[in-house]
Design a protein around this ligand. Sequence first.
Ligand SMILES: [Fe+2]
Ligand SMILES: [Fe+2]
Length: 472
Amino acid sequence: MLTEASCTTRACWRGWAATLTRMSRLSGSETIWPSSGTRTTATTLANRLRPLGSCSSTSEGAGLPLRQRVLTGVRFPGDGRRALAALAENHYLATDQLAAKLGLGEQVRASLRQSYERWDGKGAHGLRGDQIAMSSRLINLADVVEVFRRTGGIDAALAVARERSGTQFDPDLVDMFCQRAPLIFGDLDTAASWDLVIDAEPSLAAVVSGVELDDALAAIGEFAELKSPWLMGHARGVAELAADAGRSGGLPQADVPGLRRAAFVHDIGRLGVSNTIWDKPAGLTRSELERVRLHPYLTERMLSFSAGLEPLGAIAGQHHERLDGSGYPRGLSGDAITSAGRILAAADSYHALTEARPHRPPRSAADAAAELRAEVGSGRLDGAAVDAVLRAAGHRVRRRREWPAGLTAREVEIVRLLVRGLTAKAIAGQLVISPKTASSHIEHIYAKTGVSNRAQLSLFAMKHGLMAEPQP
Ligand SMILES: [Fe+2]
Ligand SMILES: [Fe+2]
């Protein structure tokens, strides 16, 4: 049941991504959106409360209550109740889909169905008392008392638990919670919460890899898109485009799966920025733009909590960086942006341009391609990455030829500059790469061509027609 409670808690919170827009309309606010700290802490708390509910466990009915901050202890007569039932059903369907994709099991899925029930039967679907799954009753209680403890201390948590005992909450659970509250809350704020959750339940430590990991990340990336209708399909489109571009764009084949996975989750940080910004049909204010600039950073931070996902976060966090340093969130430039990051940036940019946004219609494929090429011209996007993305998107892009001695297109570019007498530093500046990288390319060029000075390199270039070819 611990697994059930933990998984249900996490899936339920994610379900709010799907219903947030509608809830915002109902409540006139989006402040209901919980912090990640709340999510994690509520899960931990549900685990700690779990011994209180060991008397029974059923896969039938239960209720993560209405998000406390908006719907505090409210019952829903008439239209309000029907609206809630519809909302709950939508929420359930969204979270159920995610749970199924993540393979969370029938008990978790059944528990999700009961996320809006109340002990007194006045919740979304009218289940009451023992009809509600114990895991859902635990989460219901943990969810609310955690918020009150966070804002008003343990006394506030105890007060709300007692106040709603027998209405929203299972009274037996409330009694047991009140007896042990100091112990249960204990070091909740200082504990490494997810580690604590995983340590407490061995089945949560299952490691996924390969196709399973692909599917899980795809499910998470696509689920995050439910936050706003404008984003639907973006993650999958960018992932497929980036992977195709990576395969044909000179990225080592071993790096392509990582790029595809990073692309699936590159925008999950959008969850940390208000829908009032993402769905705004007009230009953004300066402060709103600052919030937008945070989302790749949030993506990176979210993924950094797992050692296995951290490398994906490093790629995903670069999808709005630009070679000239004008991107965000860090303003990286040149060589600080990885090859995978450059391809992801190009794929994200192209795909976003072809999607509608609240403030503009979708661009045609030709317009999007032209815009990307303009970005290359202004030194913001990488030329090779853009070529690879446009080719993957079906645009006519000059075919890459096989270069002699196994030279890459980038090395041919550098050969031309060397032949023209540029220093390594000047080459680095022209190609927006670091001097160290330029020197490394030059070393490889001499090794591959078997020549030892510029004069010999000029002869090599002339012999193989490197100077006459169009730009690689
Ligand atoms: Fe983004
Ligand atoms: Fe994106």
